[in-house]
Ligand binder design. Sequence first.
Ligand code: NAP
Ligand code: F7E
Length: 350
Amino acid sequence: MSINAKRALVTGITGQDGSYLAEFLLDRGYEVHGLVRRSSTFGTQRIEHLYRDIHEMERPLVLHHGDMADGNGLARLIREIRPTEVYNLAAQSHVRVSFDQPAYTADVTAVGTLRLLEAIRDFQDAVGYQIRFYQASSSEMYGKVLETPQSESTPFYPRSPYGVAKLYAHWITINYRESYGIHGSCGILFNHESPRRGETFVTRKITRAAARIKLGLQKKLYLGNLDAKRDWGFAGDYVEAMWLMLQQDEPDDYVISTDETHSVREFSEKVFGRLGLNYSDFIEIDPRYFRPAEVELLLGNSQKARKKLAWQPRVSFDGLVDLMVDSDLALARKEQVLLAAGHETGLPNR
Ligand code: NAP
Ligand code: F7E
């Protein structure tokens, strides 16, 4: 394989962002390699459409088994693939779950990043060409915010094992940049959502449930803290920012956000309202969804990315609600048809 070819390795390719990023890179002529962990069932639904198109593509999408917990495997993959860019999106990414599985979250989300950086460092030392590295940092690192809005210079105060793990990964990327000249950039991404968002994150949980309630497939929606505020953007817009960071001559860290904040209550009101329903008739509070320590307010200041990367989000808050509601309504209709035909839908009991 030639060093001049554009060849990307994406960890977390089966996740929300990984699927949008793979599409984005394939469209730009990259050969895309994805890290997929072994599971007893297929977990590749979000990238199946890319796989189906594979024979029409000039450059392929190649999936490799691997795990962020397995440093030797990561090193072997880097040697085999010889990527020009690595996007590290793999993580135990659920904040609530990180309170139940703190050590696992630290191993995969924090130390996993170190394992990947070590693999890149060893490869660069041996082969002598530079791999550009993207680290998926998170607004969760601001946690109990010390300044509003939050920018690259705002001090961090993480409030969950996930936030703490992401902070380690963030700083180890900066440390490898400063110590070993790794071209590593961190995108401090605020919440971003889409029809491909995991169903246990709050936006998708709301759009999925509202659509099912509208069609009579579900009666109630149980949520936790409705007053939490988030800066929610569209995932498809945010993967472009990841790529732009790696096209810069100098590595750096950037906040990526819409610079608007909305509460969970407001999101619910919009979603149910768009379906002609009143959210307060259907939502009930279940304390199981409260977190031991909460992040009450996130609001980004993405001026640096807008100036230096010429990046800006295209999808508005209302546009995001529309995208997600339309998609989940279509999904609920399919489910209704299957149920009418006497099939099980296989929906998780949430
Ligand atoms: P996601 O949908 O939860 O995807 C996470 C990905 O990581 C999945 O592909 C998952 O594989 C993979 N993964 C988990 N554990 C792994 C392991 N031990 N080894 C290898 N792969 C593993 O997350 P996302 O929303 O796309 O987010 C992408 C990244 O950005 C994550 O690092 C997340 O923490 C970070 N981030 C997300 C947001 C956001 O709002 N979405 C904001 C800031 C930062 P499976 O499919 O097998 O589970
Ligand atoms: O919660 C509240 C919850 O789980 C948002 C991840 O992608 O973004 C995400 O983390 C808010 C919180 O996202 C429910 O308490 C109320 O205040 O959708 P979420 P998150 O925790 O902000 C960051 C940037 C990441 O990096 C993460 O990887 O909504 N909330 N009721 C609820 N949240 C959930 N999940 N479920 C509820 O029933």
